[in-house]
Ligand binder design. Structure first.
Ligand SMILES: NC(=O)c1ccc[n+]([C@@H]2O[C@H](COP(=O)([O-])OP(=O)(O)OC[C@H]3O[C@@H](n4cnc5c(N)ncnc54)[C@H](O)[C@@H]3O)[C@@H](O)[C@H]2O)c1
Length: 279
């Protein structure tokens, strides 16, 4: 059901690759809620993914942009300004770690890859905000969101150098949130989402087991990509105007749990099966 929450609002959505992508769901819902926006992704992802199909559905266009390249971001933001004037919302839904891809563990990182992880998954957020600010591209009370994960605060097996990238991403939201809020009333937040089965998600070591664990641990269960999109829409809307510089958990309660009955039951079962009587 649509509520016209984004009627008249304009934006840019980074990171829709295919219909599993969180950004894909955000674009569909933003369109339903009355927004107009540009879609963007890297040229490779545009070729390999299905973003053109999404653009057709949302009656918009796709602008190529590698979010690590300031020149690409400049061109994208210029296009948005020419098309819409100032804009109201931006979604940064970008993540990639070459170390994860190459299955290099955290104690044996390749440092060139590590730089790439941080550049793609975190510094790109700084670059995007910086270009938006330089061109005074955001309307007052505009909203900028990036997607994060609880591995920024807690160690989760297999998340590797992406944990460091998410810590940096969340810090950028706070540091830039102060400056952009003070100067132009633009709010900047991160949403810390449950593990979700997307192309990026499926790269995480042991994602199936992790999703089962977080599902059992969270009183409300894992949040889906579609539910994450709902939250992004509320954060882009005028209903959340005074929320800024926050890392907002959207994880069914997982981040505040220690142990749940459902998880404990499963854990005990596994100890029983192995014949371990320690518990
Ligand atoms: N899937 C999960 O479990 C999960 C959980 C929490 C947070 N997140 C975060 O959500 C965001 C979106 O990921 P997703 O799960 O929808 O997966 P996804 O694979 O669908 O999206 C990742 C996107 O990043 C884009 N990208 C990679 N390098 C880029 C670059 N240099 N410039 C521009 N775009 C680039 C890819 O093309 C892709 O569209 C990421 O930040 C991810 O870390 C995902």
């Amino acid at each position: 059901m649509a509520y016209n929450l984004l009627k008249g609002k304009k934006g840019i959505i980074f990171g829709a690759l295919n219909d599993m992508s969180i950004a894909w769901h955000v674009a569909e819902k933003a369109y339903e809620e009355g927004a107009e926006f540009l879609l963007t992704n890297t040229p490779v992802s545009m070729r390999l993914g299905e973003i053109d199909e999404l653009a057709k559905k949302c009656h918009t266009e796709v602008i190529a942009c590698d979010a690590t390249k300031e020149k690409d971001i400049e061109e994208l933001v210029q296009t948005a300004i020419e098309k819409y004037g100032k804009i109201d919302f931006v979604l940064h839904s970008i993540g990639m770690s070459p170390n994860v891809r190459k299955k290099l563990s955290y104690d044996k990182l390749n440092y060139d890859y590590y730089h790439k992880t941080l550049d793609i998954s975190a510094m790109s957020f700084h670059k995007v905000i910086s270009v938006l600010k330089k061109h005074d591209a955001m309307n007052d009370w505009g909203s900028i969101i990036a997607l994060s994960y609880v591995a920024a605060q807690r160690t989760l097996y297999g998340y590797n150098d992406m944990a460091d990238a998410k810590s940096l991403l969340e810090s950028i939201a706070r540091s830039f949130g102060y400056i952009y809020g003070r100067e132009s009333k633009v709010r900047i937040n991160t949403i810390s989402q449950s593990p979700t089965m997307t192309t990026a998600g499926s790269g995480i070591k042991g994602i199936d087991g992790l999703m089962d664990f977080t599902e059992r641990m969270s009183p409300l269960g894992n949040a889906t990509a579609s539910e994450c999109a709902d939250y992004c829409i509320t954060m882009f809307s005028d209903l959340t105007k005074k929320v800024t510089m926050q890392n907002l958990y959207h994880d069914g309660g997982f981040s505040n749990m220690g142990m749940s009955l459902r998880a404990m039951t499963q854990y005990n079962k596994s100890l029983n099966v192995s014949g371990n009587k320690e518990w």
